[in-house]
Design a protein around this ligand. Structure first.
Ligand code: NAI
Ligand code: MG
Length: 495
């Protein structure tokens, strides 16, 4: 009889977890009916527009531009002009000043941005408020500090800016990914054309107002909205010196093919299928919280999500039982409600992809568990899901689902855990839960993953480099490493 079995009758589990609604007010955000492209410090009237919605209610929020190749070229030309006639010439300390200002303004306006991020993207307000916004501001603060210290970051290598950076970002952390891209690019002395994802353009458009407040010179940051066609035009543009992309492996590969032989610099941050590995000596209750945070944070729309749970065989039963019980307490619903744990799926398209893979999991023979859960009628929703009885060959163990769906597998020895964890085309992140420090170090050495978390998961810090191996991409963002893709080095310099 396991410890859990014995305790079961005596563990007081409330029958119901009802919370009164605690919605964050929307009034703090004033949306325009229609947005243009932010080019050369001005709003450029778009020739084509589309409607951006709230995925939680399908309510239209605003009209935004679908930038044509000509509009993209106008943005690139503005960035080039700003680079050559001002930005690359001003002192590094002056550049830092703008970055510090942006960081401070983001902090001051964080509530407004958090509400908008949840409204347009579907993520719970407690995550946009406590994770996205503080980290976005922290990235600007961090890179502001590096702007006048590049010579120290890269001693004897004579760093200089690359020029115009084209940056394409996804919809899972819209403002945070904007910060990851823009902060190091500006700190290194580049100018930028940024394209947010088509489903989540609004926080980037509001960010243009932060730039106005910070009095950033016109053209240093340009923002064009639109879908993959706009992104492809930015990649193709002859005026761009560097492309930074975060998104699907499929599009990442297409961009790499397009840029082969052009001499443009490229960094790719792509998908993942991370293993979260629980050893039998781990603190189980903490591990269960880490599993939940690893896969249900941001509805599982996380490239480094711990989507494959590897549990040591001897503790399989208590872990799965605790996990299922914990799932029944997750609150799914209104992203703007402060009690919500799991918000809306970002788009109809993403919901369809999740459904398709979950169906495949059931057909291939995995056992599905979903807690009882009443979903809102409108909008895009998916119940937090756990699959047990998963074989490594199943699609749900191989493919990135990018939703609140966990696949549970088992292992016996550390060697087997490493072999299974590495049995994926991806290599972005991993988690290890054990009391033994030596085992953590051994695992970290053997796991082919850019980030290995120990006794925690989904932790981010601007000073810590992030990026992948294999089909998860190349190049690092964050830390001193994150500056390098935005710098060129004198050939004559050492080494
Ligand atoms: P996607 O890769 O198509 O979109 C990401 C960004 O790339 C968006 O801004 C999009 O407009 C742009 N884009 C699309 N096609 C492009 C092209 N040909 N050239 C240049 N830019 C282009 O990702 P999507 O379709 O939104 O999601 C599909 C799957 O990709 C997800 O289910 C998930 O598995 C994965 N994904 C991974 C992300 C990550 O953080 N690593 C982020 C988003 C999606
Ligand atoms: Mg796509």
């Amino acid at each position: 009889m396991t410890e859990l079995d014995r305790k079961q009758d005596r563990t007081p589990v409330p029958k119901e977890w009802t919370y009164a609604p605690a919605p964050e007010s929307r009034d703090i955000v004033a949306l325009d009916e229609r947005y243009g492209h932010f080019v050369g410090g001005k709003w450029l009237e778009p020739s084509v527009t589309y409607t951006t919605i709230s995925p939680a209610t399908e309510e239209p929020l605003a009209e935004v531009g679908q930038a044509t190749p000509e509009e993209v070229e106008a943005a690139v030309a503005a960035a080039r002009d700003a680079f050559e006639n001002g930005w690359s010439g001003i002192s590094a300390a002056e550049r830092a000043k703008y970055l510090f200002r942006i960081a401070r303004i983001l902090q001051e306006r964080s509530r407004e941005f958090a509400v908008l991020e949840s409204l347009n993207g579907g993520k719970p307000i407690k995550e946009s408020r406590d994770v996205d916004l503080p980290l976005a501001a922290a990235h600007f603060f961090y890179y502001a500090g590096w702007a006048d210290k590049l010579e120290y970051a890269f001693p004897n290598r004579r760093p200089r800016p690359v020029g115009v950076a084209g940056q394409i970002i996804p919809w899972n952390f819209p403002l945070l990914m904007l910060s990851w891209k823009i902060a190091p690019a500006l700190a290194a002395g580049n100018t930028v054309v940024l394209k947010p994802a088509e489903t989540t353009p609004l926080s980037a458009l509001l960010f243009a107002d932060v730039l106005r407040q910070a009095e950033l010179p016109p053209g240093v940051v340009n923002i064009v909205t639109g879908d993959g066609r706009t992104g492809a035009a930015l990649v193709k543009s002859k005026g761009v010196d560097k492309i930074a992309f975060t998104g699907s492996t499929e599009v990442g590969k297409a961009i790499q093919r397009e840029l082969a032989g052009t001499g443009k610099k490229l960094t790719l941050e792509l998908g993942g299928k991370a293993a979260n590995i629980i050893f039998d000596d781990a603190a189980l209750d903490q591990a269960v919280e880490g599993i939940v945070n690893g896969i249900y944070f941001n509805q599982g729309h996380v490239c480094c999500a711990g989507s494959r749970l590897l549990v040591q065989e001897s503790i399989y039963e208590p872990v799965v039982e605790k996990l299922k019980r914990r799932l029944t307490t997750l609150r799914v619903g209104d992203p703007l409600d402060k009690n919500t744990d799991v918000g809306a799926i970002n788009s109809k398209q993403q919901l369809e992809k999740i459904r398709e893979l979950v169906e495949a999991g059931e057909q291939e023979g995995a056992e599905i568990y979903q807690p009882p859960c009443r979903l809102p009628e409108k909008g895009y929703w998916f119940v937090p899901t756990v699959f047990t009885n998963v074989a490594q060959s199943y699609r749900i163990a191989q493919e990135e689902i990018f939703g609140p769906v966990l696949s549970v597998l088992t292992f016996r020895t550390p060697e087997e855990a490493v072999e299974k964890a590495n049995n994926t085309p991806y290599g972005l992140s991993a988690g290890v839960w054990t009391e033994k420090g030596s085992r953590i170090l051994w695992m970290a050495e053997h796991l082919r993953a850019g980030v290995v978390w120990a006794n925690t998961f989904n932790r981010f810090d601007p000073s810590s480099p992030f990026g992948g191996y294999k089909e998860s991409g190349f190049g690092r963002e964050g830390g001193r490493h994150g500056l390098e893709p935005y710098l060129a080095f004198d050939k004559s310099a050492l080494p």
